[in-house]
Design a protein around this ligand. Structure first.
Ligand code: PMP
Length: 340
């Protein structure tokens, strides 16, 4: 059923983008990030749980036209003991609240209420594991750019979602290409906000990579330094030392901070400093982090094999610790989990 829905979705994509041949390669790669959403039962909208098919908005919803809004991507995992836990829920909701502050949106809910909304939605849908998508958006009312009287609305949807860059990507690493699209300047859009409209930049880069037969893009910042993936932070390892771009030009990723904590707890040196694409080419290891992508090894950039081309020991150890933490197997990391 899911496969059939997906296939019909893919046909629609090809109809609009006829240059794409329906090769097995592009089919496989496109599949990783653009699967049809598997319906759950309820979506939380402005304080109420609404049946999935009735969670609709008016076509003059302001965010739909201009992109001013903020969202989060959060995961709830089934732990080894059979309970479910949401990973770093409070950190995500604080970031959502900060995004609203940056964008000048008067969020009608405080952080504890938004945390409760996520928990309530997961519980109501009785999913052991799911992706959680809170979305803060500007509702209908006034049109025009400087609308001030529109309601600010919040929805929370959940759905089952597997490995974003594919299970094979998690196991073997992914092929990445430097994008022709730059990450935006810090004074064009603001990188600390996870804003709806920012994702035009990521979508263009994401489609560009997949059209060219790669798994993901690496975007450079406006000065030409390596910044991040379309929905992931970047790490490289050279001579046992880990580097990740500083947060000035990238999203302050929650998985990024988890990976840094994991590495530092193992006494691995982690520095937050700029580096160039050619430093990625000659790195011993590289990986992406993100809520959706988790910890995904990078096997090559622009067809230059990174290290042995296989996930290296430091990448593997971050992956192992991260997956153990999300499964509730690390008591010292239990503060990362909100049990349902
Ligand atoms: N960078 C960008 C552009 C993203 O969209 C994401 C996904 N939220 C990340 C990095 C990773 O952030 P996190 O680990 O908080 O999911």
């Amino acid at each position: 059923m899911a496969a059939a829905v997906f296939r019909s979705g893919l046909c629609r994509i090809f109809r609009h983008r006829p240059s794409l041949g329906a090769t097995a390669l592009t089919f496989e790669r496109a599949r990783y990030t653009s699967r049809a959403v598997e319906k759950a039962q309820f979506i939380w909208m402005d304080g109420q749980l609404v049946p999935w098919d009735e969670a609709n908005v008016h076509v003059l919803t302001h965010t739909l036209h201009y992109g001013l809004g903020a969202f989060e991507g959060i995961r709830c995992y089934e732990c080894s003991d059979g309970r479910s836990a949401i990973f770093r829920l409070k950190d995500h909701i604080v970031r959502l609240n900060n995004s609203a502050r940056i964008l000048g949106l008067q969020c009608p809910y405080d952080v504890p209420t938004m945390i409760d909304a996520c928990i309530e939605t997961v519980k109501a849908n009785q999913l052991k594991e799911c992706y959680i998508r809170p979305l803060l958006y500007v509702g209908a009312g006034e049109m025009g750019l400087a609308a001030t009287a529109n309601p600010i609305r919040l929805s929370v949807a959940v759905w089952p979602w597997g490995a974003y860059l594919g299970d094979a990507g998690l196991d073997n690493g992914i092929r990445v290409r430097t994008s022709s699209y730059q990450r935006f300047h810090i004074n064009s859009l603001m990188t600390k906000a996870k804003a709806v409209g920012h994702y035009i930049n990521s979508i263009l880069a994401s489609i560009e990579a997949r059209d060219a037969g790669y798994d993901e893009s690496l975007m450079l910042d406006v000065d030409g330094y390596a910044a991040e993936g379309c929905g992931e932070n970047l790490f490289i390892i050279r001579d046992g030392r880990v580097k990740t771009p500083p947060i000035a030009t990238v999203l302050e990723g929650i998985t990024r901070s988890s990976a840094i904590e994991i590495l530092r707890a193992k006494d691995v040196e982690v520095v937050e400093e700029r580096f160039t694409r050619d430093e990625v080419y000659i790195a011993d290891e590289a990986f992406f982090t993100g809520t959706a992508a988790e910890v995904t090894p990078i096997s090559s950039l622009d067809n230059r094999t990174i290290g042995s081309g296989k996930p290296g020991p430091i990448t593997r150890s971050v992956q192992d610790e991260y997956f153990a933490a999300i499964k509730g197997e690390r008591p010292d990391r239990s503060d990362w989990l909100t049990y349902i």
